[in-house]
Design a protein. Structure first.
Length: 213
């Protein structure tokens, strides 16, 4: 059995696209405490890799068999992690900072075999460029998305229709920007014997109308 160690509806939906059976499990892991202690010491790729592993490992402790998949996505502007906004004012500040600039999205993906502890980690990086945004565009965006944006790193979600007026372009994996890079995830699953009979690039285009670049 494959377990997804995530409460994220976006990751759950992306994994469902692959049409393989899985169950969700909640990681017993304090992400905020880990970041506070270790983020200053780690490079962005190392931070996401470690967070993905710790999430997966905390779920492994609750199981006796199977495979555990976990991921961590961070949004960086000038090497600074933006995190999730605590309120709409913080979201407004984030969008203003991203306006007219390019930022980096990094996801670490970890897969652990429960019985042996054998694990592999993949890292995916994408870039997103925002339009130069007027105050009116930002305020309209915040009015339309409301509090549902508060659980999203960087205060946006590329797949939401409200974000079309924010995002000028992106390079790299679109599913990475959403929260689970599917090509890297499929590579990990197949390495551990879970075969996925899907062409991910075609699948993403069918689902979103955008390319997995």
């Amino acid at each position: 059995m494959l377990y997804l160690a995530s409460a994220s509806p976006r990751r759950q939906e992306l994994l469902k696209w692959l049409e393989i059976p899985f169950q969700t499990i909640t990681p017993n892991f304090d992400e905020s405490a880990f970041k506070k202690r270790f983020a200053p010491q780690l490079e962005p790729e190392e931070l996401s890799a470690n967070l993905a592993y710790e999430k997966a490992f905390s779920a492994v402790q609750q199981l006796s068999t199977g495979l555990v998949l976990a991921a961590d996505t961070e949004v960086y502007l000038n090497s600074q992690s933006l995190g999730k906004p605590t309120n709409l004012e913080a979201a407004r500040e984030m969008i203003n900072r991203l306006s007219g600039r390019q930022h980096l999205v990094i996801t670490g993906v970890c897969l652990i075999e429960v019985e042996t502890g054998l694990h592999r980690i993949e890292i995916e990086k994408s870039t997103v460029e925002f339009f130069n945004l007027s105050k009116e565009v930002i305020e309209t965006y915040l009015k339309n998305v409301g509090k549902k944006i508060l659980d999203k790193a960087g205060a946006y979600a590329i797949q939401m229709k409200e974000s079309k007026n924010l995002i000028a372009d992106y390079q790299g994996s679109l599913t990475n920007i959403i929260g689970l890079p599917l090509i890297k995830t499929v590579d990990l699953l197949e390495e551990f014997g879970v075969m996925v009979n899907k062409d991910v690039k075609n699948l993403v285009y069918e689902k979103l109308g955008k390319e997995e670049k």
